[in-house]
Every structure is written in structure tokens, then in C-alpha cells.
Design a protein around this ligand. Sequence first.
Ligand SMILES: *Cc1c(COP(=O)(O)O)cnc(C)c1O
Length: 424
Amino acid sequence: MEPRDAAADILRAVEDSGNHYRDSIPMIASENILSPLVRKACNSDLHGRYAEGLPGKRYYQGCDDFDTIEEIGIKSAMRVFNCNFANIQSTSGTVSNIGALKSLAKPGDKITAVSTADGGHISHARMGAVGVRGLNLITYPWNEERMEPDIDASLSMIRENEPNLVLFGQSVFLFPTPLEELADAAHECGSKVMYDGAHVMGLIAGGMFQDPLREGADVLTGSSHKTFPGPQGGFLLSNSDDPSFHKRLNNSIFPGVCSSYHLHHVAGKAVALAEFEQFGSDYASDIVRNAKALGEALSSEGFDVLAEERGFTESHQVLTRHGAPDSGAGMMAADRLEKCGIITNMNMLPGDTKAMSGPSGLRLGVPELTRVGMGVQEMTEIARYFSRALKSEENHSSIKSDISEFKSEFQTVSYCFEPGPAYP
Ligand SMILES: *Cc1c(COP(=O)(O)O)cnc(C)c1O
């Protein structure tokens, strides 16, 4: 292939990807879209710049304007998350986690976390950041009915093992973690407590989930692009008032794990924080209302929605089961849904053991749908599309064209200062 053609093909696929999402019902729980002002900050000259250090203390010249940006962003993060330390430099949730693990533990230390099979993130696993830091992982006993750590068994496990660090938070995250009791037990053993809110940062900031920094977490990490609707990146937050701990946290990001920390994304994050201050609590409550409505509607259509007795969800996610454990029914459902214009991901559920071919479930998220203006009524319509896609023999192309028409009414990003095209 000629290099010129390669570039053209790439740009065509970039455009096609945007069009694909524009015409579909995107339900990946970790995804979101950018507001026009955030997009403008991201797509700027800052893309090519460096600003190692902190505002006012840089290794390079030329950073005055970026100092302004980062200073405003830090202050705004401290207000949005109600804390007295914020680092907004990290380039992803995983990078924030590596930074936090570097600040809070040393190689050989013991850490407790949720296992990936129970919904923990790969960065909490041996094959991810926890392993990179050389920590010895012990996973919590799990309560499958309640989809949370088994409190009594986890309390005993923490007291018995006296880990150096106890880590909470999941990628499959329907309900708040019963944090206070567990954090108290951890502190009694001299452990530090870290809460990874990657998925739920927007819900936490919007007052709709839980408030980890007031429930015992020493450090809160998270992504800036899941329920928090900013560009891809991370947060590292704490309510400690110890300046030396602040310094340790800052150092864990730069020079710890970043040199360039993607200034255009930091500028976008700072704009997203300003927009969140204005619109975030409405956004967070609309997300949770929609997720509950989706759980209800799918259940009414006859789908097996998990955690019915707990009201299906208290977050932005809903889990559905499509067949027996290890049947791969979730994989097949995700495939059929995509052909019909609904983008989801298969997910392991309790009992599943094979991550690639066996998942029996789907994890569904509503942050993007909420952000383009969908409400409870649309959740009901989406559940009907699920029925047509998964419970009827209807040809996928007719469903797909109906979905594309349905979606055409939802093309504007809201909860931001200048609502505009969601898929420009
Ligand atoms: C998504 C996720 C992360 C990682 O975030 P990235 O920004 O994708 O690196 C970390 N922890 C949890 C619990 C997550 O769900």
C-alpha cells in the first residue's frame, strides 16, 4: 500500500467510526463523548507541548498559559470532588493507579482487591499494575447475590492478613462498596485505603453513588472519561492535609509514571471539570435514573437482569444474563446486537470461567445515551429493540435501520456550556 493511501484509508476509517457510533445505540459502560468545548481544548496546539513539573515549577520555558490551565483545573477538581488534593495530570485511570500504588505500597507488600472474575479491574490484578508494582495480591471473598465484597468474611480476611494496602472499586460496579466498616478495619491494622472510582467518578462527584473520601479512603483514583464526561485521562485525589503526602502523590505521576502528560487532555479535563460544576449533579442523577429504568424495562421484556431484589442497579450499569455459565451466550448476544446497531460488551457473570469465549452476560451502560438526551421513555424503547434483536427471528437489517432512525433524534451533547454535535 502507498503511504498516501494508508493515510487516506486511516482517515476514512476514523470518519466511519464516528458515523458508526452516530447511527448506533452505544452502551459500553466505560465510554462517553466529548462536549464541543472539551473537544476544542483537546484539539489544540497543546497537543505538541511539554510541561514537566507543576504550575509555576517547570523544567521548560513556554508554560505560562498552561500553568493557568492546570491551576484552574486543580482548583476545580478539588471543588468537584470536595477534597484538598488533586492531581489532574495522569493520562489514564491505570496510570493513576500505578501512581497511587507507588505512593502507598512498596514491592513485596500485601494488597487486597476485588478479583477480576468478580468485576475487579485488570490493573488490580497480578498481570496488571498490582503485579508491575510487585505486590502480593489477596482477593476479597465475594457476595454474589449482593455483587459486593462479603463484608464479614472480608473483615476477617483484612484482620487476618494485615495488608499494607486495601483497594476497593470495580469495573463491574452496580452498587456502592460498603466502605466505612472495611476501611475502619483496614486502618486499625495500619493499612492504607485506596478506592478506584474509575467507572463512577461522575456519579461520585454528582453525589449519586458514594463518597469514598469521607467514608475512609485515603486516596481516590479514577478515569476522567467514563461517567465523568471528560477526555481520556485520570485523576489522583486525596483529602489528606499532609503536604509531604501531597508531594509524594504528585511525584508518583511526574516523574513517577509520566513525562509528557498530554497537555491537550489536561486542558480538556479542566474544561470538563468546569462544565461538571455547572451540570454534573443533573447529569449524574439522570444517568442513575436511566440505568434503573433500563433494568426495569429489560426485565419487563423478559430478560434476566441481575440484582432484581436490589433494584437492578445504583450506578450507570445494568447486567443481563443470556444463558448458562460458560455458554458464551453473552458473546453471541453482543454479536447479534452489534449487527442490529446496539454496541455492548460481553461480560463474565458469577459462574463463568472463560473470559474470551465463555461469558454468559452483557454489561450495559447509559452514560453516553443520557448525554445525548435520552430519558426513561427511550430506555423502554431500547429494551424493545433488545427483544427484537435477541428474542425474534427478525432480519437484523430492518432493526438496524429502525435504530438508526431512532438515534437520529439524539445527536446533540448536553450537560455542557455549548451543546453541539455529539458525533462531529
Ligand atoms: C476502566 C478502569 C480503570 C482504568 O482506566 P483507564 O482510564 O482505562 O486506564 C481502572 N480501574 C477500574 C476499576 C476501571 O474500571
